[in-house]
Every structure is written in structure tokens, then in C-alpha cells.
Design a protein. Structure first.
Lengths: 436, 436
């Protein structure tokens, strides 16, 4: 039984495991928990119970985020917000998101058992939509809390045509809905999606946001480390390239007379890889999608389209790499009698973590016996949206082989325990800094 | 008016142009003439008239090929067969196929006007199915004539479900069909598709097969030559490669820790290109189709599948290249921690032209003031099937930019005239060699 486990990291992992199947999943034989579904409500009910056991008062905010509050010594001081998301992708792993929420609950539980109050309240927030796996939008709930969501972003419907408005209406009225609402949660009245933006926290009411998350990458494992301090979320640039040559018969066109868009694209892809490798920093560049036209085995490709994704924690480094890539693409094209056109698909700015909080996290790691190590997050997280509201800190936890968004996602309970200890240390240090 | 043009190459081109629209095409706004359609029958009627004007007796064979015969000095001597196909791909060019038939008719017309008889009969054959654009099979008609067609190859239906059997039945009975049958053609009674194989010519009854065809490639144009002697049809090897790495998050997986199947495939494609380029012969190698999985811009590809097409007039050269490519692929895979699996899709043997006939063609080119030049055909032609029956010769004619299977297909009438003169020279030389 989950409840029989001693408090701490192992219980946090066990609780994630427990939420991996029905009624906490919307799919059979795997985990899929989407925003505002029956599985989502079931997970909130379990979380409500665990939050209450840890001494918290539980409520839903207007965006249907579940929030547990543990009062501080000073009742109205700005709160430390600890959270992550409880929605998942389809056929997901068990820890991407929920583990950060469970570790937050464990931290509060430990403080509560010890009768400790910090100089600030602590709120644990289980965000509802980070993955964007139901509605065609992502981080709706953390953007609402951070106050950076536009009203028109709420005009979305899921693939069955259910609008966000209707999904919220069903969710907030258990008598008409599923009957799975958190039993003791304070639920605000439903007032339409415009009400959604009222989930915004007042600026100044939040001291900081802390998120623990599995790394979803292989860096910590490769370094032999359980934990790492996140420096920020990488600036991401998405480009789309079109290489144009001449489609020709593969049998009748001699090698010398070809203008093969695909071998040109191959040379470009190796140039992109080389630029990122040579940088030897956190810079990554990826071609993930490619299409050759006309795409017949017996025709020399006349056109190739491919995506380029470039990320770094340092936007200037990312932009220098993008510039070098554009120059390399032009060079390859002109040396092969091809044309290349590159369009920008999107440009997401970097979201740096707070330097003082990073130092605090490093010190907490060292106190817990872990060598401080810093790394950038290449993936987006709720912390990215929350950075608009308050200083943010992120703790990455090693996961096996970097595998995520996959049922094979795995973490060692000992690593979760290490994260739990580091988070307690971080909270203590933050308390000392506020008191000082 | 086509009929007002003087005989020769320009008239052959004009006749192809005339057959490029209704009623000789099955599509509006372009050329599509498929086997056994109303447009096919209409083209046969026009050809019948032109063949008869050139002094030929016209018949249909059991595969619905149209054949015009010009008797020789020795009535029962094995015939010189001159031909190509009159079917086309969808939205085709006007010369791929018909030009070879028209030039054959022009050659006979010239002999007939001069009252010349060769020591052998000449038959002009308009093959019905080379492209395979109606039924899922290609070169049905030349394979039938050459006697290399299996009966079960005839169990085909077009995309409307019309079987070859039904198409032939409709075609052979004008009273029940379209009423477009060649007026004076001798038409065999319809006896089912088994009868089709009776289109086979008796071995020994054919002296040689001559086919003039547009090059469908850019070699002659690049060399500044109107004509070239074809050495044979290239041996073609089609392979399918699967490269396996590890799919990972494009944001969280550092460059050093990736096993990117697509950058691996890029290096392989450049190796394939390099092997073919370095060979500096007629060898060509092409990657025409590629697919990266999962194919999302934010995921490092874990698997890539691509086609490899390798051709050369010299099968041993082709096989050495294939071997070198396999070694290179293995080398790239092992240096990147990837796996590669290669499967053979098909292996078409080379179909060499007859060396004595090639010499004769070279001499005919020289006599007509064209520097002899030899090249391999990377594409398949009816001559490929006919090589099983008799010695074959092919003459390639320059086409603009190598463009074919496209309405932009173009040839210069002066080049067609050169081909006409070369064919007359070839026929004369063949006559001398038979008489000697």
C-alpha cells in the first residue's frame, strides 16, 4: 500500500506509480491523463487526500489547478509555490510532471510532522495542462497563473469538438458531471472561460516558484549524478528549410549532371550537426523531419524540405549558431547548383532561472552530499511560464537513458529521495534568507 | 497540315505532335494514351494510314500491337523489326515512344519512294504497353512478342476493375466496341488472353530489332551531340536501407549523447554519392525516397528508411559499387553507434545491345556527319525485352534538358532528321552485311 510507505522520495515515486492506471488514466493498458477528463478529476481526488494528510488546505483555482496551502509563520507573506503538472501525453511515462507535485507534498508533509513553519506559506500546485495533449495549446494553466495568457488562447476545442468552455463547465459541476470532484476542495463557481484568467496570481503575492522534474535527457546519467540545478529553459529557434534542385530520371542522369536536392540536404544536415558539435556547449541542433520530392526510388529528388530546431540556454549563442547554419546552408547550396530558402517557424526566448535561487539549490545539493552541477533544460516546463510572475528555481532528477514520453520512463527511488532532501534544504535556505 | 510536310525527321516530329491531343489522348489538356483505350485505337488508325502510304501492309498481332510490313527482295527472309511504343504515362511528353515508330515509318517511306528493297522485309511495330500506365505491369506487349511473358502476367485489371481480358475483347470487336479500329488492318479473332502469347515471334524469324528513342537524360545535350549509339540497358539494383539509432528529445539530448539515425543516413547518402562520382563511368547511384521516424521537429530521429538505386551498363561494375556502398554504410553505422540493415528490392539484369549492330550504328552516325558516341540507357525500353528474341540496336536522340514524362519534353526537328538519316544508313549497312 502506498499509504504504508514511509514519507519521502520513495513514497513520491510510489504515488506516481499508483496514478499510472485506471481510474487515474483515460486509456487502458497505459497512462494517458488529459486536462479536465475523468482521470484528471480522479487524480485530483487522490492528491486532495494526500495534501490534506500533509496539513494543507486544498482548493481549485479558476483554471482547475489543484492547490494545497500550508500556512507560514507570517500568514500573509508571499508564498513559495512548488509545483509541476499532472496531465500527460498519450501512453506516457509515470513521472514527467506528477513527481514534482508528489515531492512538493512530501516536503510539506515533513515540515508538518516536524511542526515547522517557514516565514512564508507554501503552496503546492498541480498544474492541469502543460503537455497540451487535449487542447491545441500548451501550458494553458501555468500561463493563466502567471498572468501571461490571452483570452483568445481559450477558444480551443479538443479532437471530439468539446470546447474548453464546456469541459470546464462539466468539470466544475459535479452534480451534472462525473462525481469525481475533490471531496473537500473549495470549488469556485463556474463563470465561463473569461473567468479562467482570474487564476492569475497577484504580482508580489508569490515569493518564488520551485519545480522538481525528471531530466528527460541523458546528461545527469552520463555524468553519474542524481541531481542537477537547472540554469534556465533554452531559447528555442525553429526553422524550416526548402532545398531546390532538379528532379531527374535516376537511370538516365549521370552523376556529374545532377542537381540532387537530397544529397545537398545531406551535406547541410552534417554541417548543422558539425556546428552544434563544435560548439561543445549546451547548444543543440536537430533535423527531425525531412521530406524528399517527388519521393520515388527512381527519381533524383528535385526538392527537399526539412526542419531545424536550435536551442541553447544562451540566446546569443543560439543566434550565432543559427547564423553559422544559414551561412553553411547557402555555401552547400551554391557549391551544388541548388537553391535554399529558410523560414523561421518560431522563436521562443530563453527563460533563465533566478541566479540567487540557483546558488541556494547548489548549496542544498552540496549539503545533501551531491556535487553541485548545473545544466540547461532543453524542454519546456511550467517554470518557463512562471518566470513571468516570480523568480524560479528548477531541480532536475536523473531518469534512465533519458527516456521520457514513453512507458519505459524510469527513475530510481533513491534519486527521488535525494531530490526530496535537496528540496527540504532549499526550502530551509530560502526561509533563512527571508528571515535574514 | 502534317501530310503536307516533306518526308523525314520533321514530319516524324509533326506526327507525334498531332497525336498529342484528342482523339489521340484519353485526357483533356494533355497527353495520356493508355493501352487499349479509345485514344490508343485512334492512334492506331492514324498509324495505319501512314504505314499504308509508306507502302506497308498493316496488321494487328494477338497482343494488339500494330505492325506494318514492307516486303524485302527475299520474301521469307527474317525481318528487320523497327519499333517503339505508342502508349504513354499520364500528362506525358509527345516523343517518348511514338518518335521511334514515326522514324521507322519515315525510313520505310523513303525506301518505298526510291523503289528500294532490302534483302529482308522490314516491319514497323507500334508496341501497346511499355509504360505500364494502365495495367499493373510494364512491357506486356514487347515481352509477348519476344516470348518471355508468362500467362499469369496477364491476370491484371486496371484501376476501374477492367481486366486485360475484357479490354482486349472490347478492342477486338469493333461492332461491339468503339468503332475506332484501324480500317484496313487485318484483325485476328479474339480467343482470350491465352491467345495473347501467340504474339510471340518465331525464333529465327527476326533478323534484328532497331529502336530509336529520345534519350530522356541530359548526356547528349551536355556533350553537344544530336545522337548516340546505345550500348545496352543498365543493370539495375534496388536496395532498401533501414538505419536504427535512438529517438530522443531534441531539446534535452546533448550532441555527444545522440545516436541520430538521420545524420547517420546523411553521411551514408554522401558516401553513396561519392562512390558513384568517383567511379566516373556510367555508374549512377540514387537515394530517391527517405523517411525519418518519428518525424517530429523536436525529436532526434530514431529510425530512417531510404531507397538506393544503382545502375550501370556493366553488371560487374554495378555489383562492385553495391558492395562498396554496403561497406560504407556499415562503416558509418558503426562509427555512430547505429545499426543498418539493407534489403534487396529487385535486381534487373543488364540488356546489352549487339556489338556488331553498335559498330554499324557508329558507322551510320559517322557517314551522316555525326561523331560516333556511345552511352548506356539508364531507363528501360522495349529493346530490353526484345533482346531475348534477337540482336538489338538502339539509337538515342537528344532531348531538351533531359526532361521526359512531362509535357515540357522537347526535341529539335533537326535532331529527328539526323536520326532519320542515321537509321537509313544503318538499314543500308545491315542490308550490305546480309548480302555479303
Amino acid at each position: 500500500m502506498v499509504s504504508a510507505l514511509p514519507p519521502g522520495g520513495a513514497r513520491a515515486v510510489a504515488r506516481c506509480d499508483m496514478l499510472g492506471a485506471a481510474p487515474y488514466s483515460d486509456m487502458a493498458g497505459g497512462l494517458y491523463r488529459a486536462y479536465l477528463t475523468p482521470a484528471y478529476a480522479a487524480a485530483q481526488r487522490a492528491l486532495t487526500e494526500w495534501m490534506e494528510q500533509a496539513g494543507m488546505t486544498v482548493r481549485l483555482d479558476p483554471a482547475a489547478n489543484l492547490i494545497g496551502r500550508y500556512e507560514g509563520a507570517t500568514r500573509d507573506a508571499p508564498a513559495l509555490l512548488i509545483g509541476s503538472h499532472i496531465d500527460s501525453v498519450r501512453d506516457a511515462g509515470l513521472y514527467d510532471g506528477p513527481l514534482g507535485v508528489m515531492l512538493g507534498i512530501e516536503a510539506v508533509d515533513a515540515l508538518n510532522r516536524a511542526g515547522r513553519r517557514l516565514p512564508f506559506p507554501i503552496e503546492i500546485i498541480a498544474f492541469g495542462d502543460e503537455e497540451g495533449s487535449r487542447f491545441p495549446a500548451a501550458m494553458l494553466t501555468s500561463r493563466a497563473v502567471a498572468g501571461v495568457l490571452e483570452a483568445d488562447a481559450l477558444e480551443v476545442a479538443d479532437r471530439d469538438g468539446v470546447t474548453l468552455h464546456d469541459a470546464l463547465a462539466s468539470f466544475r459541476h459535479p452534480s451534472e458531471g462525473w462525481g469525481l470532484m475533490p471531496r473537500n476542495a473549495k470549488t469556485p463557481a463556474f463563470a465561463g472561460v473569461t473567468d479562467y484568467l482570474a487564476a492569475r496570481r497577484a504580482p508580489g503575492a508569490t515569493l518564488a516558484y520551485l519545480e522538481a522534474h525528471i531530466e528527460q535527457g541523458p546528461v545527469l546519467e552520463a555524468k553519474g549524478l542524481a541531481l542537477g540545478t537547472v540554469t534556465g529553459i533554452a531559447a528555442q529557434l525553429r526553422l524550416s528549410a526548402i532545398v531546390t534542385g532538379q528532379a531527374n530520371h535516376a537511370g538516365t542522369t549521370t552523376m556529374a549532371l545532377r542537381r540532387d536536392a537530397l544529397t545537398g540536404a545531406a551535406e547541410m544536415m552534417l554541417a548543422i550537426e558539425g556546428i552544434a558539435r563544435d560548439d561543445a556547449s549546451d547548444l543543440v541542433a536537430t533535423v527531425g523531419r525531412i521530406e524528399a520530392l517527388p519521393g520515388a526510388p527512381n527519381v533524383v529528388p528535385g526538392e527537399v524540405r526539412f526542419s531545424i530546431d536550435i536551442r541553447s540556454g544562451d540566446p546569443a549563442r543560439r543566434d550565432r549558431a543559427a547564423q553559422a547554419i544559414l551561412v553553411a546552408l547557402e555555401h552547400v547550396a551554391s557549391s551544388r547548383g541548388l537553391a535554399v530558402a529558410v523560414e523561421q517557424v518560431h522563436d521562443l526566448p530563453a527563460s533563465p532561472c533566478d541566479p540567487a535561487l540557483m546558488d541556494m539549490m547548489d548549496a542544498a545539493l552540496a549539503d545533501a552530499g551531491h556535487p553541485p552541477f548545473r545544466l540547461v533544460s532543453g524542454a519546456g516546463h511550467d517554470a518557463m511560464a512562471m518566470a513571468a510572475l516570480c523568480p524560479t528555481a528548477m531541480l532536475f532528477i536523473r531518469c534512465r537513458a533519458g527516456i521520457s514520453h514513453n512507458p519505459a520512463e524510469h527513475i530510481d527511488p533513491a534519486d527521488a529521495e535525494a531530490a526530496f532532501q535537496a528540496m527540504l534544504g532549499f526550502i530551509r535556505k530560502l526561509g533563512e534568507s527571508v528571515a535574514a
